[in-house]
Design a protein around this ligand. Structure first.
Ligand SMILES: CC(C)(COP(=O)(O)OP(=O)(O)OC[C@H]1O[C@@H](n2cnc3c(N)ncnc32)[C@H](O)[C@@H]1OP(=O)(O)O)[C@@H](O)C(=O)NCCC(=O)NCCS
Length: 163
């Protein structure tokens, strides 16, 4: 793979994505709460969409981490997911996905936050460079970017340890 080629930039706002779901019977577990596997599938969907929008090409999920279920949700709840790119490496991107329950007054209660790593791949599944680097515009984007660098270091360490 050709590395460290100077790439055009894309703003975080370019690929910011939001999805909305209403919890139905099929999404509920035996305890009458949102089934975690369903939420995980929605998280991976929006994460991949966000990464594809940033890269403008196909990606695959390499890792999902920091998946913390903070609160449950029940039937008929409105679930909002937001995705944004936090970091672009050579062939990989990190996406942060936040999930909320939205009340009728518009108030959002966080129920989950996850960080996912997507890798750009060619038609043979081989990693290729992300065509666009990230353009940081705000202090919070900068803070996320710096934290993402540490998370990437940890992932590399964990990978070496065999996780
Ligand atoms: C993800 C995948 C393409 C990486 O392939 P690889 O040959 O290990 O690639 P490399 O070692 O060259 O790493 C490529 C990039 O992926 C990142 N990466 C690889 N494994 C990773 C992991 N476990 N966690 C986080 N990032 C990872 C590397 O850090 C690197 O990023 P960079 O180029 O920005 O520095 C490969 O492991 C794969 O195809 N996995 C299956 C993906 C899949 O099927 N997903 C759907 C799950 S249902």
């Amino acid at each position: 793979m050709e590395e460290n080629k100077k790439r055009p930039l894309r703003k975080v706002s370019f690929s910011k994505t939001e999805t909305v779901h209403i919890l139905k019977y099929a999404d509920i577990n035996g305890a009458d709460r949102l089934y975690g596997g369903t939420l995980l599938s929605w998280i991976d969907d929006i994460g991949a969409l966000t990464a594809i929008r940033h890269a403008g090409m196909d990606v695959t999920t390499a890792a999902i981490d920091n998946l913390v279920f903070k609160k449950g949700a029940k039937k008929n709840d409105i679930i909002i997911l937001t995705g944004r790119v936090t970091y672009v490496g050579s062939s990989s991107m990190e996406v942060r996905v936040d999930s909320y329950v939205e009340g009728f007054d518009g108030m959002r209660t966080p129920i989950n936050r996850a960080y996912l790593t997507y890798v750009c791949i060619d038609e043979n599944g081989t990693p290729v460079q992300v065509p666009f680097d990230i353009e940081i515009e705000t202090e919070s984007e900068r803070a996320e970017y710096e934290a993402a660098k540490l998370r990437k270091k940890n992932r590399i360490y964990r990978r070496k340890e065999g996780f």
